[in-house]
Design a binder for this molecule. Structure first.
Ligand SMILES: Cc1cc2nc3c(=O)[nH]c(=O)nc-3n(C[C@H](O)[C@H](O)[C@H](O)COP(=O)(O)O)c2cc1C
Length: 207
């Protein structure tokens, strides 16, 4: 099967893209509105885009033709926190995508506890194993809808005690949830470690 992208409707393209780019990590983002309401929503168009300095990006679409609360808050305040949810937080994460009005805090409705961040005003989710305090670096618009790619520079990492060994995150203990299409999620499956290959001799380098 071959598909000419130019002939696709927005919905058709969305269904294909979200089924092909899988599994996607999920940024569970806390922001603060200008009036002080803490907002929480998940975004699976999420990746890291630089490590020096550490930067992450989320892509935010429109909701009924207007920018989502998260995007508006980030543009208004220049700050956000990316929380990483583990498997026990799946229900709360999924529920936080409900389209509540801007003056309603998902945090309060869901009864989630927060902790103050150190470098930014939006709080982090207390139960999340990892939270990244971010300052907006750039916002780039793509496409006709448009989608806004919000790039944040990480100011501070919160990582639950015990998750880092030899400077690396123990992924199995992080136990993150990922998104497939629509309301379908995935957890980590088998973790496979391959030997590092040396380019010249094509032998495992042992590194
Ligand atoms: C797991 C999951 C991932 C999502 N990822 C995105 C995304 O990458 N971009 C986006 O615009 N909306 C995404 N959504 C939808 C938003 O979370 C949803 O529109 C939410 O109501 C936005 O909240 P806000 O208006 O408080 O920012 C996702 C929803 C779920 C459940």
């Amino acid at each position: 099967m071959e598909i000419d992208a130019a002939g696709l409707t927005m919905v058709q393209a969305y269904k294909l893209m979200t089924g092909i780019v899988v599994p996607r990590p999920i940024a569970w983002v806390t922001t603060l509105s200008k009036t002080g309401v803490v907002n929480l929503a998940p975004f699976s168009a999420f990746s890291f885009v630089s490590h020096d300095p550490p930067m992450v990006a989320i892509s935010i679409g429109l909701k009924k033709g207007v920018i989502k609360d998260t995007g508006r808050n980030i543009l208004d305040t220049g700050e956000f926190v990316v929380n990483i949810a583990d498997q026990p937080l799946l229900q709360a994460l999924h529920a936080s995508a409900t389209e509540f009005p801007p003056d309603v805090s998902e945090i309060e409705i869901l009864g989630l506890e927060t902790r103050d961040s150190v470098t930014v005003k939006p709080p982090r989710i207390a139960a999340a194993p990892v939270s990244l305090e971010c300052v907006l670096h750039d916002c780039i618009e793509f496409g006709r809808e448009p989608n806004r790619l919000m790039i944040g520079e990480v100011q501070r990492f919160y990582i639950r005690d015990g998750l880092v060994k030899d400077g690396k995150i123990t992924t199995s203990e992080l136990n993150p949830i990922a998104r497939l299409g629509g309301p379908i999620y995935a957890t980590l499956g088998e973790i496979i470690t391959m030997p590092r290959m040396d380019y010249l001799v094509r032998q495992p380098s042992g590194g």
